[in-house]
Write a protein that binds this ligand. Structure first.
Ligand SMILES: [Zn+2]
Length: 284
C-alpha cells in the first residue's frame, strides 16, 4: 500500500506460541477460545508481522524495517518452549522484495522485548553477535532502553541484552523521547501500558493513515479495549490508551496493523449496534 512516497508491505519474522490465558488476561477462556482456539498446551499461534517501508525523500532512498521478530539466535530448546517456527524467514521474506539485510537504512523498534527485537542481531561466522543490519540506524524509546538495562522483575525475561548491546557497541542505536516525526510522514507515538516505553509507528500520506500497534493491541481479536494481556504492566493505562486510540480511528479508513495476529494482520475498525468494536480485514 502506498502512503505518499512510502511503499509499505507486511513481512514475516516467523510464528511462535504463547499461553492463551496469559494473552487474554482476565477474559475467560470460554470467551476467547471461541475466537482464538488454543492448542493441546493451551497455547495460541502468534505471528510477528513486521513492516517493510521503502521510499525516496529529497533524493535519499530509505529502506525501513519496523520490528524484526524473534530472530535466529536462540537455542532449539528455547524456541521449542515457544513452538517457534520460521528460522531465517525474515531474510527470505526481505529477499522476496529484493531487499538484503545490508540494504536496511533504518530499524524502528517498538520496544526491546525479544519477540520484537530478537532479529536485531545475529551470529557471525565466528560465533560473535553482531547487528543484523550493519548499515542501519536503530531507533527505540529512551525509556524502553533504560527499562531494558534495569528491568523490573516481572518483565526481566523479555529483555535480552544480546538483542541491543551489540548495536550500542557498534554505535548504531539511537534513542528518541516521546512522539517524534522520524521522516516526513513517518512518526512514532508513545502508547504506554504494556510497558512504559512502548511506541506505535504511524505512516501518513496520500490521504491515508496506517498505525502499527505493536503490543498495544497485539491481535485483531484483542480489539475490545478492556481485553488487555496478562503481560501488560499497567493495565489501566493500557485500557485508557486503547480507548483514546480507538476513538480516533473508529469509522475512519485508518489501517491498523496487528503485529501478532496470524490471520488478520491488518484491518479497519467500526462499532456494531451494541458498541462492540469490529475489525474488517484490509490488505496492506
Ligand atoms: Zn509482543
Amino acid at each position: 500500500m502506498k502512503f505518499g512516497p512510502w511503499d509499505v508491505q507486511i513481512i514475516s519474522g516467523g510464528t511462535f506460541r504463547l499461553d492463551g490465558g496469559a494473552m487474554f488476561g482476565t477474559v475467560p477462556k470460554v470467551v476467547w477460545n471461541k475466537i482464538y482456539p488454543a492448542d493441546e498446551d493451551n497455547m495460541i499461534l502468534m505471528a510477528t508481522n513486521c513492516l517493510l517501508i521503502r521510499g525516496e525523500v529529497d533524493g535519499v532512498k530509505h529502506v525501513i524495517l519496523v520490528d524484526n521478530g524473534n530472530g535466529d539466535k536462540e537455542t532449539d530448546d528455547f524456541m521449542a518452549r515457544f513452538k517457534y517456527e520460521g528460522r531465517g524467514i525474515l531474510d527470505r521474506d526481505l529477499a522476496k522484495h529484493g531487499v538484503s539485510p545490508e540494504d536496511i537504512t533504518l530499524q524502528i523498534l517498538t520496544h526491546l522485548h525479544f519477540d520484537h527485537a530478537g532479529g536485531s542481531t545475529r551470529f557471525n561466522e565466528a560465533g560473535g553477535i553482531v547487528p543484523s543490519f550493519p548499515n542501519a540506524r536503530y531507533i527505540v524509546q529512551k525509556k524502553d532502553l533504560e527499562d531494558a538495562r534495569h528491568p523490573h522483575l516481572r518483565v526481566k525475561a523479555s529483555y535480552l541484552a544480546k538483542n541491543w548491546e551489540p548495536l550500542e557497541a557498534e554505535g548504531l542505536l539511537d534513542t528518541v523521547e516521546g512522539d517524534v516525526e522520524i521522516l516526513p510522514g513517518i512518526s512514532v507515538r508513545v502508547v504506554p501500558g504494556h510497558i512504559e516505553g512502548l511506541q506505535a509507528v504511524i505512516i501518513e500520506g496520500s490521504g491515508r493513515k496506517l498505525i502499527y500497534l505493536a503490543d498495544l493491541i497485539p491481535t485483531a481479536r484483542h480489539i475490545q479495549p478492556a481485553w488487555v494481556m496478562g503481560y501488560d504492566l499497567d493495565v489501566v493505562t493500557s485500557v485508557n490508551v486503547r480507548q483514546q486510540l480507538l476513538s480516533e480511528v473508529t469509522n475512519t479508513d485508518t489501517v491498523l496493523v496487528f503485529e501478532h495476529d496470524p490471520d488478520i494482520p491488518s484491518g479497519s475498525v467500526t462499532q456494531d449496534a451494541k458498541g462492540r468494536y469490529v475489525v474488517t480485514p484490509v490488505a496492506v
